[in-house]
Design a protein around this ligand. Structure first.
Ligand code: BTN
Length: 331
């Protein structure tokens, strides 16, 4: 971070701490050891970021309203987690936060480091697909070093999807549903996606990057037309915007709680919560992946998070990865 950005952050911190009262330009300039003109420039720059700052020639400056943005300063201010968000890196526009997170992980970034972007121009989806990530959504990746064998790493996806469903459930009147393996749907359309990538040896995970995308405050008209049939946004389904920062902080708390639970109590506990939102098990499904397509009754998920599908001849097939289509509707 440059010296100017650091000072600007210090000004913001002081304004946040003194939100009830004015603080004079002179006091700020004394505290930071810079000129009053420099302080005025930092204030202007904060205003450009969306901060509403009142100024009076007699009294000085007062923070009236902070913008609803996922900047590290706004996140850190109210963050209640111990691990997730220990470091937050924010970008306006990136190709993909997963790419950046993998590179940071290779360089030894700590567990819980988060890379966030306002917008992704090369967002990566599952099965090598592109992912639509415009401004208004939440796009981020977390670096994790879970105490898990690589064979069961996909349990992290279950942790994440349950945390997402719980967050939507808690903060909105909507009814989130989980489609195997890890999509949250609302009214039959996808609103969140998870892409987990990992570096591992046979016996141990070196690092895992959990990438999460949330269609939060995006108008449906912004979606490419072919996507409008399958995907939606929380704003669209709710009929109003959702406070982004509150959503993100609640999600991190839920994620940390489930992540800890997974490592202490085990997968069965997470699956139990997953089942509360499940719309896959018990239904007729068609599952496709690189190896082909099969149809049958989804009967269970196993310890590794694989979907067990009963074919018409009674045999049970285990599906490790793929795209499930419920043989009912919307997909
Ligand atoms: C899917 O459902 O296909 C998974 C989508 C995952 C999207 C997220 S957005 C943040 C992170 N960065 C990426 O490039 N992808 C994931």
């Amino acid at each position: 971070m440059s010296r100017t950005s650091k000072r600007k952050q210090q000004v913001l911190k002081i304004l946040h701490r003194n939100q009830e009262q004015y603080i004079s330009g002179q006091e700020l300039s004394d505290k930071l050891g810079v000129s009053r003109t420099a302080i005025w420039k930092y204030i202007q720059s904060l205003r450009e970021q969306g901060y509403v700052i009142d100024s009076s020639s007699k009294l000085g400056y007062r923070l009236v309203k902070a913008p609803d943005i996922l900047s590290p300063e706004e996140i850190k201010k109210d963050l209640k987690t111990d691990i997730l968000g220990c470091k937050v890196i924010y970008h306006e526009e990136v190709e993909s936060t997963n790419l950046l997170a993998k590179s940071a992980a290779r360089q030894g970034a700590d567990e819980g480091t988060i890379i966030l972007a306002k917008e992704q121009v090369g967002g990566k989806g599952r099965l090598g697909r592109e992912y639509f990530c415009p401004a208004g959504g939440i796009w981020f990746s977390i670096i994790l070093h879970p105490d898990l064998k690589p064979t069961v790493a996909s349990r992290i996806n279950f942790v994440a999807v349950v945390a997402l469903a719980k967050t939507i459930d808690k903060l909105t009147d909507l009814t989130p549903e989980i489609k195997w393996p890890n999509d949250v749907l609302i009214n039959g359309k996808k609103v969140t996606g998870i892409l987990t990538e990992m570096s591992a040896e046979i016996e141990q995970i070196n690092y895992l990057v959990l990438g999460i995308g949330i269609n939060l405050n995006i108008g449906l008209d912004k979606f490419p037309s072919e996507l409008q049939k399958k995907a939606t946004s929380i704003q669209e389904e709710l009929g109003q915007k959702v406070p982004k920062l509150q959503f993100f902080l609640t999600l991190l708390e839920n994620l940390e709680e489930k992540y800890t639970k997974l490592q202490i109590e085990g997968f069965a506990e997470i699956v139990e919560e997953w089942e509360d939102y499940n719309i896959t098990i018990g239904n007729e499904v068609t599952v496709s992946n690189g190896e082909g397509t099969l149809s049958g009754q989804a009967v269970d998920i196993n310890d590794e998070g694989c979907l067990l599908v009963e074919l018409s001849d009674g045999t049970i097939k285990k599906v490790v990865a793929g795209e499930a289509t419920l043989n009912t509707e919307y997909n």
